[in-house]
Design a protein around this ligand. Structure first.
Ligand code: AMP
Ligand code: GLY
Length: 426
């Protein structure tokens, strides 16, 4: 099979690296890709947010058998629907199911209607009514822009003043554009032991009939060590999550995952693809913080290297709705991913810095914002490289990853030195 993966980041490179291991896969393509994807796939310079352009490309390339739509934006505008409309086989939900991520108002009302545990919330399209509600509830309180906002549309407000300012930013000043026309105001959840949050990301394959959770992962969202600084797309991940157990997985399957799959079916919005559950362990049990309609980035970078089963076989089983026939196997150890970013990220940063790479043989280098310029590897984004290492436990994987990091450099490289020690006891 010839397979095309849509997207430009570390997640897409990690998916391509997993597909490359499949005996079923001949040739790989990536639209648009980066310098890393170019090493194992043919990069295709087409704007994937332009549905007509993607369809023209697909018509001209009948040799491509399968499309993987990885990022949230093309899923939200219905790229899978369009490709299926011209007879292409795809991995990823249709538009009417991708709404579980693209509208937080939708996902909140779904959870409320079907009794899926989550923070208590109300949705508003009026600034005045939202303000009244925020004042009634008081701080701490969480504000969420309804639409997609590059992972930045959530404000956890510790004081009423912060909440009032945040509400104005989102609804009146339109800090996240039209994504803030509607707002979800929700109760602030607290973790069981580790204040403020004790979170785990669990991704699952589903064909609408069966749902199979992957191994657990934890994300470090803040820019700097000790969870300081601004929220980012993710500065590093590790797997497995230390508090995730088989018993907890069983509980979450029964109270959250299967009910979500069934709820989407009942709404006529069958979800096929990778459904991402952002969960928090609270004193009232596991609750949903968010759903994503896709693989997480950088969670995928620590999950797929541990996958022993052929990823292409799983993708096809999802498409053909025979996931119940698949048994997914995982490596036993641990995996750590350290994100190397451009200095200044997530605010302003300079691109085009030459990257030097020494001995990284114990790690896997997953590329995010990289490019080749005048024959040299250069930075081309905020998050640039993901250094991924496996080990028998988190400590060993961490040591290998940071050893490789010490042999990579460019001017103003920025990274966190505490990836993987988030939930360490003591
Ligand atoms: P999201 O983009 O929905 O994942 O939210 C970003 C981050 O905000 C989450 O990873 C949590 O750390 C935090 N967050 C979101 N909702 C809540 C909530 N109801 N209570 C506490 N923290 C939250
Ligand atoms: N790492 C969080 C996300 O992919 O949304």
């Amino acid at each position: 099979m010839n397979v095309l993966v849509i997207g430009n980041g570390g997640r897409e490179h990690a998916i391509l690296l997993a597909l490359k291991k499949s005996p079923k896969v001949d040739k790989l393509y990536c639209m648009k890709g980066n310098a890393g994807t170019a090493q194992i796939a043919e990069n295709v310079n087409v704007d994937y947010m332009n549905i007509d352009a993607v369809l023209s490309f697909a018509e001209e390339h009948p040799d491509i058998d399968y499309y993987v739509v990885a990022p949230d934006d093309p899923l939200a505008i219905g790229l899978v629907d369009a490709l299926e409309g011209i007879g292409k086989r795809c991995f990823g939900p249709r538009k009417n199911a991708a709404i579980i991520e693209s509208s937080k108002a939708f996902s909140k009302s779904l959870m409320k209607k079907y009794g899926i545990p989550t923070a208590e919330a109300e949705t508003f399209d009026s600034y005045d009514k939202a303000l009244e509600y925020v004042r009634l509830k008081g701080a701490p309180i969480v504000l969420k822009a309804d639409g997609l906002a590059l992972g930045k549309g959530v404000l956890v407000c510790e004081t009423l003043k912060e909440a009032e300012e945040g509400l104005k930013e989102i609804m009146l000043d339109k800090a996240f554009g039209a994504a803030g026309n509607v707002i979800v105001v929700e109760e602030c959840l607290r973790g069981l032991k580790y204040v403020p949050g004790e979170e785990v990301s669990v991704l699952a394959f589903t064909d609408g009939k069966t749902i199979l959770p992957m191994i657990s992962a934890c994300d470090h969202k803040r820019a700097f060590d000790g969870d300081k600084g601004l929220n980012t797309g993710g500065m590093g991940t590790f797997s497995p999550c230390p508090f995730w157990t088989e018993a907890l997985e069983k509980e979450v399957l029964e109270t959250i995952m299967i009910p979500t799959m069934n709820a989407m079916n009942a709404e006529g919005r069958t979800f096929k693809g990778c459904l991402y559950f952002g969960l928090m362990r609270t004193d009232k049990g596991m609750k949903v913080v968010e759903y994503n309609s896709r693989f997480g980035d950088p969670e995928t970078q620590v999950i797929l290297p541990m996958l022993k089963t052929d990823l292409m076989e799983i993708f096809e089983a999802v498409t053909d709705e025979r996931l119940s026939e698949i048994k997914i196997e995982w490596d036993k150890g641990a995996c750590v991913c350290v994100v190397l970013a451009s200095g200044g990220y997530p605010l302003s940063y300079t691109k085009g810095k030459e990257i030097t790479i020494g001995d990284t043989k114990d790690a896997i280098l997953v590329h995010a914002g990289t490019a080749i310029k005048d024959g040299k590897l250069v930075t081309n984004g905020g998050r640039v490289l993901d250094v991924v290492a496996k080990g028998s436990d988190i400590e060993e994987a961490r040591a290998k990853a940071y050893n490789a990091v010490s042999n990579i450099n460019w001017e103003n490289m920025q990274y966190r030195s505490d990836i993987g020690i988030k939930y360490r006891k003591g």
